[in-house]
Design a protein around this ligand. Structure first.
Ligand code: GAF
Length: 393
């Protein structure tokens, strides 16, 4: 059924328009955004759609076609924990718009999320950005007009996620959803918000970017993510820098020695902190190298960087899991140029850079090995860099 029809059946009137925003995969630069670092995401072709219309009161009514219930809340009542569940990601957006000084009133919204849920592909950012795009147009805020305005909307959507949904994430996902363009990866500098579009002619290169959704469910995901963020902040404070971005690869030995001299920092082992720092600093360097490799069309080098990134996330940052380790290793042994987990980790998805002619054998092997290991059968699909958020209809 068309989203406009869903809207009419749910709310008894026509929507004023339909907007959408994409999920993302990050090519490289993981757990760097909240360290003022660099990341290199692409927008996925998979998107979340929002049909919406203004209301003449200050209430938000929101429904997803994937659920039956309509969640209704007065804008003044939105706050941490209210509403709960998935609706927090939608309701957080008008809340954060108002906090930022934008005049928004009520709205009826119906959502259709086509970004796989819980797969580490940023379905939550896609939802926030689709609602943000709709409210911006409906209330004439101009936040889709150009990159400067889109950056304002990135901040709004990030606040919605941090403050209302309670996920202490770093902003890469919302940036990808709002600032990425078709055919390009988005080089994102999280220190000053600067962006650059890096051409990613994956088709011309006869390559496939394969997403491998492990379907691994992991408990404590939110707590673990927050714990990594806290460790990075602790390490930066102990090293006397505003963020780990300030540390260069050449300074890593000195940084480890300085941390080591402290034994523990706020109860956390300095040996562990030094590994967390090493991941962040080397990962930021890998983003630069990846951009250079892409510009030179050196896809083998990009693949090697994927592999090095995964090793660092597994051993130094410790955010991988057996399912992700298995599918990345399997993809490489069947001919992928490189493979790595993407997103926050502890489950979710990996990506592999695969010569087109090898996609079938890569897919077949990783599925077989996952099943043999007693893991769920991974879902695999090819992606290409799609456009950022906008109005569809
Ligand atoms: C999640 C977060 F939402 C991002 O902000 C980022 O930190 C990512 O994990 C890890 O790179 O997607």
């Amino acid at each position: 059924m068309q989203l406009r029809t869903h809207f009419a059946e749910t709310f008894g009137r026509a929507p004023e328009g339909v907007w959408s925003a994409p999920g993302r995969v990050n090519l490289i630069g993981e757990h760097t955004d909240y360290n003022d670092g660099l990341a290199l995401p692409i927008a996925l072709p998979q998107r979340t759609y929002a049909a919406a219309a203004r209301r003449d009161d200050d209430r938000l009514r929101v429904r997803s076609v994937q659920t039956v219930e309509v969640v209704e809340v007065a804008l003044d009542d939105i706050g941490p924990g209210t509403p709960g569940g998935w609706a927090a990601y939608a309701a957080g957006v008008p809340w954060a718009l108002r906090e930022a000084g934008y005049a928004v009133g009520g709205a009826d919204v119906i959502l259709d999320g086509r970004v796989p849920l819980g797969s580490g592909l940023s379905s939550s950012a896609a939802l926030e950005c689709a609602v943000g795009a709709a409210l911006s147009d409906l209330y004439g805020l101009g936040l889709l007009a150009d990159d400067a305005n889109r950056r304002r909307l990135v901040e709004v959507c990030r606040r919605a996620e941090n403050d209302i949904a309670g996920a202490p994430t770093g902003g890469m996902d919302q940036s990808a959803s709002l600032l990425a363009t078709a055919g390009h990866a988005l080089l994102l500098d999280c220190r000053d918000g600067a962006t650059e579009q890096v051409p990613f002619p994956i088709d011309e290169a006869e390559l496939t970017l394969l997403v491998i959704d492990t379907r691994a469910e992991h408990a404590l995901v939110d707590g673990q993510y927050a714990a990594r963020r806290t460790s990075c902040e602790r390490a930066a404070a102990a090293l006397g820098v505003p963020s780990l971005r300030e540390i260069e690869p050449a300074d890593l030995t000195t940084a480890a020695t300085r941390l080591g001299a402290k034994g523990h920092v706020e109860g956390e082992s300095s040996e562990v902190l030094a590994r967390r720092v090493r991941h962040v600093v080397t990962e930021i360097a890998r983003v630069r190298q990846a951009v250079a490799a892409m510009r030179a069309g050196d896809w083998a080098e990009l693949g090697r960087l994927f592999t090095a990134s995964h090793a660092s996330l597994r051993s130094d940052f410790e955010v991988s899991c057996p399912e992700l380790d298995l599918v990345t290793a399997a993809a490489e042994s069947a001919g992928a140029l490189g493979a790595r987990m993407t997103g926050g980790g502890f489950g979710g998805s990996a990506i592999a850079l695969v010569p087109k002619e090898l996609v079938e054998q890569v897919t077949e092997l990783l599925k077989r090995l996952a099943i043999d290991a007693g893991f769920p059968e991974p879902a695999t699909f090819a992606v290409y860099p799609g456009p950022g958020a906008g109005r569809d209809d």
